[in-house]
Design a protein around this ligand. Structure first.
Ligand code: ADP
Ligand code: ZN
Length: 207
C-alpha cells in the first residue's frame, strides 16, 4: 500500500505515521526527518535545506522530489510506503505521480488555534526522533528510549506562523487535488492519538 498523510504542521502526521506504518508493515518516509538528518550530517542537501527550514519555508521542490524519488527505491519500500510531509506543493504532487502511483491520501485535520499550542510544546528525541508534548512528559528524557529531548528551531512561535502560512498558501490545495482524483479520506485529528489511529485505519478500510 502506498499512502500519503496530508495535514498542517502539528496535526500529528508524524505520530500517526509511526503507528500506521508499523501496523501495515510499510516504510515510513518523513521528508522533515530526512532533511534534519541531512543537516546533522552536513551533506550538500542539508546545507541547502537549513536556511529554508529555519525560516519556516519550503525547501525547493527539485531537492525534495529527488530525495523522495530515490528513497522509495530502497528495499524497505517493496511492501509500500507512507509519505509524511510530502508532497507539500502541487509541483511535488505532479512529480510524484510521474514516478509512482498512490493508493490513498489521508488528510488529518486540526484547526489552526490548536496547532500553535501543540507545536510550541513539542519536543523531539535526539536518538529515536520520537515526538512528544511537554504536557505528557514526566521527566526530561525520552519516554520511549531514554534519549535526550530537544525543541526544534522551527518550533519557535515566529517560525510556526510562517509554517502555517506556507501550509495554507501551498499545501492545503492538495486536499482538493486529491479529492478530485478520488483518493482523499478525511480524519479528525483533534482527538486522542489512539482514537486518531483507529479513525485512520477505518478510513483505509483496515481494522
Ligand atoms: P511539520 O510537518 O511539523 O512542519 P516536518 O518535519 O514535516 O514538520 O517539516 C519541517 C520542515 O522541513 C518544513 O517546514 C520544510 O522547511 C521542510 N520540508 C519537509 N518536507 C518538505 C517538502 N516536502 N517540501 C519542502 N520542504 C519540506
Ligand atoms: Zn527516544
Amino acid at each position: 500500500m502506498k499512502l500519503i498523510f496530508l495535514g498542517p504542521p502539528g496535526a500529528g502526521k508524524g505520530t500517526q505515521a509511526v503507528e500506521i506504518s508499523k501496523k501495515l508493515s510499510i516504510a515510513h518516509i518523513s521528508t522533515g526527518d530526512m532533511l534534519r538528518r541531512a543537516i546533522q550530517l552536513g551533506t550538500p542537501t542539508g546545507l541547502e535545506a537549513k536556511g529554508y527550514i529555519d525560516a519556516g519555508k519550503l525547501v525547493p521542490d527539485e531537492t525534495v522530489i529527488a530525495m523522495v524519488k530515490e528513497r522509495i527505491l530502497e528495499d524497505d519500500c517493496k511492501n509500500g510506503f507512507l509519505l509524511d510531509g510530502f508532497p507539500r506543493s502541487v509541483a511535488q504532487a505532479d512529480a510524484l505521480s510521474s514516478f509512482t502511483q498512490i493508493d490513498c491520501v489521508v488528510d488529518i485535520d486540526v484547526a489552526d488555534e490548536k496547532l500553535l499550542a501543540r507545536l510550541t510544546g513539542r519536543r523531539v528525541c535526539k536518538e529515536c526522533q520520537g515526538t512528544f508534548h511537554i504536557s505528557s512528559l514526566v521527566s526530561e528524557a525520552c519516554p520511549v528510549c531514554g534519549g535526550t529531548l530537544y525543541q526544534r528551531d522551527d518550533d519557535k512561535p515566529e517560525t510556526i506562523k510562517n509554517r502555517l502560512n506556507v501550509y495554507h498558501a501551498q499545501t492545503a490545495q492538495l486536499i482538493e487535488y486529491y479529492q478530485t482524483r478520488g483518493l482523499l479520506k478525511e480524519v479528525d485529528g483533534d482527538k486522542a492519538p489512539g482514537d486518531v489511529t483507529q479513525a485512520v485505519l477505518a478510513a483505509l478500510g483496515c481494522k
